[in-house]
Design a protein around this ligand. Structure first.
Ligand SMILES: Cc1ncc(COP(=O)(O)O)c(C=O)c1O
Length: 483
């Protein structure tokens, strides 16, 4: 405790006993910062290479001042329709009033946060809620802060429960499970994997190919874990039919293999059911959630395992601490945010809305595909997790335009989605997401509060943009690069 009032120390630096305060920006400084300063600080202290891509898309000129529901408002008062939704992190929209109110009450009551010394009523309640939302016997919960952390926990619990000494893990081509060192090994991206030394106990199979999975499992008894996104997000919104998932369940049962379903992006009601695997009448042994679990205000990830799987891995006092919650696992305000978020999800029937509004969105996008068959190759997805794939640019771009595009960065050269995304924002105030592994796909994952009027705003903008034709789209985009 200070033996002098804080005010005295602040106004008279000679009273200070500890280090002098460096030149720090205040919260108000951060809020009032200019776009230029924000960009400079990002380049100087966060990621100069990433800034390059933001600039290419024109996103570097936007500073968001406010976010509410389906919209963000920038420094010029422009309202941007959010059809990106933080890659599926904003089921409740921005700053849902009930979530804000729960957090305010929690702060006013001066509740405690870190739940390591004592048990936490908030973490316990959140775990109970997650068990209640999960089918079958998925009722043991590990709480963390990110999707990667949840997936690390999922793979570790599965590996231990598999009972194999040299357990191997099957994952899919074009998979994305996070970038932390463990899950990076089962994330199928040479870019992200870089030159890191990864775990080598992994086997890759094509996504959705039951015969390939069967061959892998039947030929190698060390395979003890299968990890799959139920809908591949980074792969470009790719799903597999019910027969595949029922086959995965049967194969895993027959060979005593643990099936881990990554629902970090496709779960939490995005496809119209709480988990995407529920569309197929199967239940995995372990699953993981994150993103929208934090209700757009907190960083929360969760691994949910069947009780017998969990107990096999960590069920005794001797094994209990092998993978117990980390410092921020289940912390107070994050947990109550997630609790309120789950209640809102059901109270406001957001999953019913995802089904209904998603069907409307899909039908409007299919009509756009029919109108521009030379531009739009495919529209796919379920609920409010939709991918729109453009034809490969290199085959559709007139020869005369190729030198123009040659000035662009490699990342954008072959990708109509980059041009469309940039122009949707610049000219129509609409934000969409790109796709890691397939640059021709835009990911459409608006908040689950999305209404038909938002779908119309988005689809009218897309229709108007595509109506310009590829040549104009490319020219308009290149002009912004030169200007
Ligand atoms: C399917 C899937 N798994 C895991 C992750 C990793 O989540 P996080 O970025 O919170 O670590 C993501 C993130 O996009 C994801 O889409």
């Amino acid at each position: 405790m200070l033996d002098r009032p804080v005010d005295a120390v602040t106004s008279d630096p000679s009273l200070r006993r500890g280090p002098r305060k460096p030149k720090l920006l205040s919260v108000e400084d951060a809020k009032a910062m200019s776009v230029e300063t924000m960009a400079d600080l990002f380049k100087d202290h966060i990621n100069p290479g990433q800034f390059h891509f933001m600039k290419l898309l024109g996103f570097h000129k936007v500073k968001i001042e406010r976010a509410e529901g389906m919209y963000m408002t920038d420094q010029n008062g422009r309202k941007i329709l959010d059809f990106f939704g933080g890659f599926g992190s904003l089921a409740h929209g921005h700053n849902h009033p009930r979530v804000l109110a729960a957090r305010e009450r929690f702060q006013e009551e001066k509740r405690h946060e870190i739940a390591i010394a004592f048990l936490s009523q908030y973490a316990s309640a959140l775990a109970k809620n997650l068990a209640a939302c999960s089918p079958g016997e998925l009722d043991m919960v590990f709480l963390g802060s990110t999707g990667s952390e949840a997936m690390e926990a999922a793979i570790k619990v599965a590996e231990r429960a598999s009972g194999r000494r040299n357990c191997k893990i099957v994952h899919a081509e074009n998979s994305f499970h996070g970038k932390s060192k463990g899950v990076l090994s089962v994330t199928d991206s040479p870019l992200y994997q870089g030159d890191f030394k990864l775990v080598d106990n992994r086997v890759k199979v094509p996504f959705g190919d039951l015969d390939a999975l069967k061959r892998a499992i039947e030929n190698d008894s060390d395979i003890g874990v299968v990890v799959l996104e139920t809908v591949q997000g980074g792969g470009g919104i790719i799903s597999a039919p019910t027969e595949y998932w029922q086959g995965v369940r049967a194969l895993c049962d027959r060979h005593n293999v643990i099936w881990v379903a990554d629902e970090v992006q496709c779960g939490y009601g995005r496809t119209g059911k709480f988990y995407a695997f529920e569309h197929h009448g199967v239940v995995p042994d372990v699953t993981a959630l994150a993103k929208s679990l934090g209700a757009g205000k907190a960083a929360v990830g969760a691994m949910i395992a069947r009780r017998d799987v969990y107990m096999k891995a960590y069920g005794t006092p001797k094994t209990a601490m092998i993978h117990a919650q980390a410092t921020f696992g289940g912390i107070g305000e994050a947990s109550i945010t997630a609790i309120e978020g789950l209640n809102v999800l059901y109270d406001e029937d957001l999953m019913g809305n995802a089904t209904e509004t998603g069907a409307y969105l899909l039908s409007r996008l299919k009509a756009i595909q029919a109108k521009y068959p030379k531009i739009v190759k495919d529209v796919r997805g379920q609920g409010l997790m939709i991918g729109l794939e453009f034809h490969d640019f290199s085959q559709t771009l007139p020869l005369a335009l190729r030198p123009m595009v040659a000035i662009l960065d490699d990342k954008l050269k072959g990708s109509l989605s980059g041009f469309v995304g940039a122009l949707l924002l610049r000219d129509y105030d609409v934000l969409v997401a790109f796709t890691e592994y397939n640059r021709n796909v835009i990911r459409i994952q608006p908040p689950l509060i999305c209404g038909e009027e938002h779908v119309d705003q988005f689809c009218d903008a897309l229709d108007a943009l595509l109506g310009r034709g590829i040549v104009s789209i490319v020219k308009d985009f290149v002009k912004t690069q030169l200007g």
